[in-house]
Design a protein around this ligand. Structure first.
Ligand SMILES: O=C(O)/C=C/c1cccc(O)c1O
Ligand code: FE2
Length: 310
């Protein structure tokens, strides 16, 4: 498996050259690790940021049987190559008692498209089962439920025809980008959180400019956003590295936001991916990269793991 952060600010805000080189080396490790595994299926766990999922119908998690990337922040737009087996996986996960939503017309944003572009060179280069995990629109389900979702998906993946399944998590770690909260939003912003599909190019440009500026402010030390929390990030990486995933069951939604920013819930995608991996047997994390990158508003991590008996 591979789990990595995403940030739509990559390519827009430039951290120091040495930082960019270290992150690129981590991406290169992930690319060669994945190429060496040569997956015939990728189960991609990722969030959305009020681009594909809104409060008019906000599931805790959703498996896409068809999915289209919207192309925000100049990420690729277009159809993902969703595997036929997505439907079979959803059926098994439901039978396991996890009430996952299903979408035959799922829209996804940079959370999904950036890892596909960075690791595979495009949206349609590998068969994928996209699994949306709500990581922004509170109230969120208990994080232990996400571990159960990942476990069910891991077990179900063993019954698919595909033999080399890569679990891929996208998001985190600690970060608090200016993503609005419904509880504190103005009427106009709340309307966008409820059903803000198809923003005008001007609306999307304004949002993009605001987030780009927030990264520059964070890097300059002039931001009011919650700072990146490297200590919290390293402790999280320790938990997924040791495989003691049941520890997450005691973590409350409020604890995440207080410690590591509202968008730190994106690590739910990591928890699901690692739980899926653990469901297939003991694993060993064989690569761990971490670097706080304020310009990108992210405690930025890249990890890979293999079966212990690989
Ligand atoms: O939704 C946005 O416009 C920005 C999202 C963002 C910014 C920084 C780090 C991330 O993980 C994001 O998703
Ligand atoms: Fe994100």
């Amino acid at each position: 498996m591979c789990a990595l952060s995403h940030s739509p600010l990559i390519g827009f805000n430039r951290p120091a050259k040495a930082v960019e080189e270290r992150v690129e080396a981590a991406f290169e490790h992930a690319r060669s690790f994945i190429a060496g595994f040569d997956p015939d299926l990728v189960v991609l766990f990722a969030p959305d940021h009020y681009n594909g999922f809104f409060y008019d119908m906000m599931p805790p998690f959703c498996i896409g049987t068809r999915a289209t990337a919207l192309g925000d922040y100049e990420t690729p737009a277009g159809e993902l190559s969703v595997a036929e087996s997505a439907r079979m996986l959803a059926k098994d996960v439901l039978a396991a008692g996890i009430d996952v939503a299903l979408s035959e017309k799922m829209y996804v944003d940079h959370g999904f498209s950036q890892p596909l572009q960075l690791l595979f060179g495009g949206l349609d280069r590998v068969p994928v089962i996209p699994v949306f995990i709500n990581s922004v629109a509170v109230p969120l389900c208990p994080v232990g439920r996400i571990r159960q979702l990942g476990t069910a998906i891991g077990h179900a993946s063993a019954h698919l025809d595909e033999q080399r399944v890569l679990f891929l998590g996208s998001g985190g770690l600690s970060h608090d980008p200016p993503v609005p909260q419904l509880e504190t939003a103005t009427t106009e912003v709340a309307a966008r959180l409820i059903d803000g599909r198809n923003p005008t190019p001007e609306e999307r440009a304004r949002r993009q400019a605001r987030v780009i500026a927030s990264g520059l402010d964070l890097a300059a030390g002039t931001s009011s956003m919650q700072p990146i929390n490297p200590e919290w990030d390293q402790r999280f990486l320790d938990v997924v590295s040791t495989g003691e995933l049941q520890l997450v069951d005691t973590w409350s939604t409020e604890w995440f936001a207080g410690q590591a920013g509202h968008s730190s819930h994106e690590v739910r995608t990591w928890i699901a991916a690692y739980a899926a991996m653990a469901a297939r047997g003991k694993y060993v994390m064989n690569y761990r990269f971490y670097e706080p990158v304020p310009e990108w508003v992210a405690g930025f991590a890249v990890t890979t793991a293999v079966s212990a008996d690989a």
